[in-house]
Design a protein around this ligand. Structure first.
Ligand code: FAD
Length: 323
């Protein structure tokens, strides 16, 4: 069995976990084995209805009195114990911070090899994985081999489209209670504060209007906000703009920020540094607005307007409003 670790919000699987399920299903098909899912949290049981369309045949709901909140070592230990209990093969996790943290702890307990941020995995006749994986947020592509009866892999963000299985499964649901010791609970999350998230989250937006140092100051983002509103999108920013204190950190697109995959990314006053581009390379179309015809982003964009964003963006806004 291929075992996928599925994160969820109030009983609904998150997008990165569904992407990881696409990879897990590919591996299960290639190896001719079943697909199972490990879910944590009180609302995990509700996932039984949600995961069938993705081909999940078994849902293992991990429960324990001490597992109410997120506890990386305990979750990793529990995942490892579950993998042993059900004699699973490869464990697949989402390419999220938690996915990586939990897999690292599980891998250490299982003494199993692990490869993160995979973008393609081929299984050879001997069960060895020939894989490609991202490093540095996708600016490097590594080719690697992963051997061993049980392996751990994570699916790089936005590299495996969320797709339902050819045949919907009706999963069985079982509870698994791990055996935990105080040592496994040294780190526990007991409170989460979310940012002032308004509007559409960057990672989900179909239109993103990005602003960089070329915007010139916090007040000039009003024009970009207006453009984003008119197009039903949201605003992002380069790290330079964040460092200037013009935008909140949540808005950062790039290697150390959000990875976006909109239908269109309008990059305004952004030079196109590699660390920025790895965050927006998932965009279907990139339109750059920049005064410098030599800026790197002009070469990387599908469309470019060489001009001052303070003139181009208001004109765009007027034109859209008139339509
Ligand atoms: P600049 O490079 O200064 O570019 C400004 C652009 O605006 C120029 O091209 C200029 O021609 C144009 N411009 C100026 N005025 C106008 C105008 N009026 N109209 C139109 N165009 C105008 N960066 C990220 O964005 N995200 C990351 O996640 C990230 N992670 C990093 C991680 C590491 C480890 C490191 C070392 C760097 C990282 N960076 C990241 C920083 C990155 O290298 C760049 O410094 C940054 O992206 C530059 O931001 P910028 O394009 O807004 O600014």
């Amino acid at each position: 069995m291929i075992l996928a670790f599925v994160e969820h919000e109030s009983g609904l699987p998150d997008e990165l976990s569904l992407e990881a399920l696409s990879l897990a299903r590919e591996l299960a098909t290639a190896e001719g084995v079943d697909l199972g899912a490990a879910v944590f949290g009180d609302e995990g049981a509700a996932l039984a209805d949600e995961l069938g369309p993705y081909g999940v045949e078994e849902i293992h709901h991990v429960t324990h009195d001490e597992l109410g909140g997120y506890a990386p070592e305990a979750w990793g230990e529990s995942l490892a114990q579950l993998a042993d209990e059900i004699e699973s093969g490869t464990v697949v996790v989402p390419g999220s911070d938690r996915g990586h943290e939990v897999a690292a702890h599980a891998g250490a307990t299982l003494d199993a090899p692990m490869a993160t941020n995979c973008v393609a995995v081929e299984v050879d006749d001997a069960g060895v994985y020939e894989l490609e994986r991202h490093r540095w947020g996708g600016s490097l592509l590594e080719h690697a081999r992963l051997e061993g009866d049980r392996k751990l892999v994570s699916a790089a963000e936005h590299e495996f489209p969320v797709e339902s299985a050819d045949e919907e499964a009706v999963p069985t649901a079982t509870e698994f209670t791990p055996s935990l010791e105080a040592d496994h609970l040294r780190v526990r999350v007991d409170r989460v504060e979310s940012g002032d998230e308004e509007g559409i989250p960057l990672g989900e937006a179909r239109v993103v209007v990005g602003g960089g140092r070329g915007v010139g100051g916090p007040e000039d983002y009003d024009q970009l906000e207006e453009l984003a509103d008119l197009l039903g999108g949201t605003v992002g920013a380069s790290r330079a703009a964040i460092n200037e204190g013009w935008r909140p950190h949540d808005d950062q697109v790039g290697q150390t920020g959000a990875k976006i995959s909109p239908d269109i990314y309008l990059a305004c006053g952004i030079s196109g540094a590699v660390q920025h581009m790895v965050g927006c390379k998932g965009a279907e179309t990139i339109l750059a607005i920049n005064t410098d015809p030599e800026a790197a982003i002009i070469q990387k964009a599908d469309w470019a307007v060489v001009g001052d964003l303070h003139e181009v963006v208001p004109e765009l806004n007027d034109a859209i409003r008139e339509q």
